[in-house]
Each structure stands twice: as structure tokens, then as C-alpha cells.
Design a protein around this ligand. Structure first.
Ligand SMILES: CC(C)(COP(=O)(O)OP(=O)(O)OC[C@H]1O[C@@H](n2cnc3c(N)ncnc32)[C@H](O)[C@@H]1OP(=O)(O)O)[C@@H](O)C(=O)NCCC(=O)NCCSC(=O)C[C@H](O)C(=O)O
Ligand SMILES: [Mg+2]
Length: 356
């Protein structure tokens, strides 16, 4: 274990100093694209205006014989475009793959100044983050980078879940963690073949009435991912980093996608992955608090004055704790509204109405 005193020291001579706070910029959707797919690559300049994060994916979903094309494509796209405030991330291949070393060496050397975050798949424990941490420091020093690259882990192995707290705190580079439900299901030997989302077989049933075990017994489908998302959120909050829901693979089912994203939002996640352009708007809607929630939060904050004591608002008790909950919503709304005049206007109109 590293001494706490050394935690913020660069891991290579000449590497930039690690950040002390993870920048909290909008990341409601991490939009995945295959940089070696010409059709998708052509859409990148336009997509950059619509998303918070663009992620050039090099790992799963890119065929083995297209790995090098994807890597080269990402270098070319990063060099050719100015993404403005939109962040550029990449997902490199897994640490046990034959591609990851070249992914890291090429990307940091060629476009390290354009990249914000490197997503590392199939992280099993702190040792994986330590390996990437040191290697990035060496590459940053050699490339003369002045801003450290941040690292995002995907929680998609049983060991990763068991070690999630140590992963979240393994390096000052740790920006966040995403749930990877497909690999995690396989690693745990779960019996769902879906990429995220629920399953009709995972349910609870109301008790029988009398002796008839079949009649009138309503069933309620449960969330397969509740435990993992909640645990991930706690680990991230404890270490001051950001939690995300990952992929929802049924692209056509925009309704269930919205539900899954909203469950994650309500539990504390700041965003989710969009795998197809149709999921971008869903993530934007879900991970931006609603105007009525923002208006309520602002009203409670206004009526609570210095934030102590207890008051009744519309029949509901508010106190020091509930004002903190309201600040979470109001601060997120302010951060999102700062870059989005339409959202700012919707929040202000709802607040005006609520405050009278
Ligand atoms: C899922 C897809 C394969 C669907 O692609 P396609 O069949 O081409 O869909 P459409 O015909 O509806 O596409 C319409 C046009 O939009 C373009 N398109 C599609 N997806 C994207 C995208 N993500 N970014 C940009 N542009 C996109 C198509 O090219 C069409 O263009 P045009 O013909 O010119 O109109 C595809 O969406 C896709 O591959 N998505 C990304 C998949 C991915 O990244 N998967 C990996 C992440 S999930 C994962 O890894 C699991 C996780 O790790 C875990 O373990 O849980
Ligand atoms: Mg995966």
C-alpha cells in the first residue's frame, strides 16, 4: 500500500501532478462509437455537439481483426477535431489482451493531450489500477503531457465487485466506475443473456389467498442490478469519484432503457452509456433533474434559510438533512444549466411558478 503522504506524488519523473479533486463536468451520457467504423466515425463531429462524453471504443464490440483500425481511427479523429467542452474518452482493451499495451502507448503518445479519461474494462482489484497508473505516468512523462489522464474502471467481474471499494480508492486518477452488466453476468454465472435491464423471471409474488396457489397472485419484476449499482455508488461516493450505469442492449426498447437509467439516477449515478444515437436523448432527459424537482429543491433551500431547524412545506417536514438532499439536486441543475440555456430557462420558469 502506498503511504498517504505519497498518494499525490507523480509516479514517474516528469509526469504531471495527480489531480486532488475529480472534475465534475456533465457526463450524463458516455456515447460509444467504433472509431474504425467509417459510418460511425463520420457522425462524430455532429455527435460531439449533442453528447457530454464521446468514447472511442477499442474493446468488446470491435472485431479482433479491426482492433488496429479502431485504434488508428481514434488517433485520426482526435487529431482532426476540436471537441470543445465535450470530453473525449476511450475504452482500451482488457489488461490480459494482446492489444492493450499498444492501445495505451499509442493513444497517450499520439493524442494524450486530447483525451480526458481512459476506461479500463474487467478491473479485478486495485492491482489493475496500480499497473495502469504507473504506466500512464511513464507515458505522460515521455510525451511531455501537462494534464494527467484520468482512469475509469468497469465493474464487470465478480472479483471487481468484491473489491470495488479498493478499486475506487486505488489512485488519484480514478474518475469513476461503470456497471458492465453483460460481462458481470457471465463472470457471476448469472443466467440472463441480456445486456443490462431486467428479466421477467426475477420477481416476487404476492401471498396466496386461501388454498389456491395460482389465483390472483400479482408478480412484480425486480431489478437484477440493484445490489451492484447501490454498492458501486457507495464505493464511489466514499472516494469522491463518479458512478455510472453502463449499457442497455435492447436498443429498440427505449421505454425500459429509460426506466433502467432512471433507477440508476435515483440511486446516485451521474450518467449511463449510450450505444446508439437513440439512447442519447434518453440519458439527457433522465440524468438532468426534472424542472419540477429543481423548483422544489430551490424552494426548500430558500425556505430553510441557514439550513438548520425544521419547517413544514406543503405538509412535508423539511430539516437539515432534507435541505442537503435538495442541494444535491439544485447543484446538479445549476451545473447542467450553465452550459444549456434551454434547460436553464425550464428550471427558472418552474422555480418562478413554485416560489410564486
Ligand atoms: C448496436 C449497433 C450495432 C446498431 O447498429 P446499426 O444496426 O447500424 O443501427 P442503425 O441502423 O439503427 O443505425 C442508424 C445509423 O446510426 C449509426 N450508428 C449506430 N450506432 C451508432 C453509434 N453508437 N455511434 C454513431 N453512429 C451510430 C449507424 O451507423 C447508422 O448510420 P447510417 O447508416 O449512416 O444512417 C450499433 O449501434 C453499435 O455498434 N453500437 C455500439 C455498440 C458498442 O459500443 N458496444 C460496446 C459497449 S456495451 C459492452 O461492451 C458491454 C459491457 O462491457 C458489459 O460487459 O456490460
Ligand atoms: Mg464488458
Amino acid at each position: 500500500m502506498r503511504s498517504p503522504k505519497d498518494f499525490f506524488a507523480p509516479l514517474a519523473l516528469g509526469a504531471p501532478a495527480p489531480v486532488r479533486e475529480i472534475p465534475v463536468t456533465p457526463s450524463r451520457m458516455i456515447h460509444f462509437f467504433d472509431p474504425g467504423n467509417e459510418k460511425m466515425a463520420a457522425k462524430v463531429p455532429d455527435l460531439a455537439k449533442k453528447v457530454d462524453v464521446l468514447l472511442g471504443n477499442l474493446e468488446d464490440a470491435v472485431r479482433a481483426d479491426r482492433k488496429e483500425a479502431a485504434r488508428a481511427g481514434l488517433v485520426a479523429i482526435a487529431k482532426a477535431n476540436d471537441f470543445g467542452k465535450t470530453q473525449l474518452w476511450t475504452r482500451v482493451n482488457s489488461l490480459d489482451s494482446p492489444w492493450v499495451l499498444d492501445d495505451l502507448i499509442t493513444l497517450v503518445t499520439e493524442i494524450g493531450d486530447k483525451l480526458d479519461v481512459i476506461m479500463v474494462p474487467k478491473v479485478e482489484g486495485a492491482q489493475d489500477i496500480h499497473y495502469v497508473d504507473r504506466l500512464l505516468a511513464q507515458l505522460e512523462a515521455r510525451a511531455g503531457l501537462t494534464k494527467p489522464l484520468l482512469v475509469h474502471a468497469i465493474l464487470e467481474t465478480a472479483s471487481g465487485v468484491a473489491n470495488v471499494e479498493e478499486i475506487a480508492g486505488a489512485s488519484p486518477r480514478m474518475q469513476g466506475i461503470s456497471l458492465g452488466p453483460a460481462d458481470l453476468a457471465a463472470s457471476r454465472r448469472m443466467k440472463t443473456t441480456r445486456v443490462g435491464g431486467g428479466h421477467p423471471g426475477y420477481l416476487v409474488r404476492t401471498d396466496p389467498v386461501g388454498d389456491d396457489l395460482t389465483a390472483g397472485r400479482t408478480t412484480y419484476q425486480q431489478d437484477l442490478w440493484h445490489y451492484t449499482v447501490a454498492r458501486m455508488v457507495d464505493a464511489c461516493a466514499m472516494h469522491g469519484i463518479l458512478p455510472y450505469y453502463g449499457p442497455f442492449g435492447d436498443i429498440r426498447d427505449v421505454v425500459a432503457c429509460e426506466d433502467q437509467f432512471r433507477n440508476a439516477f435515483l440511486l446516485g449515478c451521474v450518467g449511463a452509456w449510450s450505444l446508439h444515437p437513440v439512447q442519447i436523448g434518453i440519458a439527457k432527459k433522465v440524468f438532468s433533474p426534472s424542472p419540477s424537482d429543481v423548483a422544489w429543491a430551490r424552494r426548500v433551500i430558500a425556505e430553510m434559510g441557514d439550513g438548520t431547524g425544521a419547517v413544514m412545506i406543503d405538509g412535508k417536514m423539511q430539516d437539515d438533512a432534507s435541505v442537503k438532499q435538495c442541494r444535491v439536486v439544485a447543484e446538479l441543475a445549476d451545473a447542467l444549466a450553465a452550459d444549456d440555456p434551454e434547460l436553464a430557462a425550464a428550471y427558472d420558469a418552474a422555480t418562478k411558478e413554485a416560489l410564486g
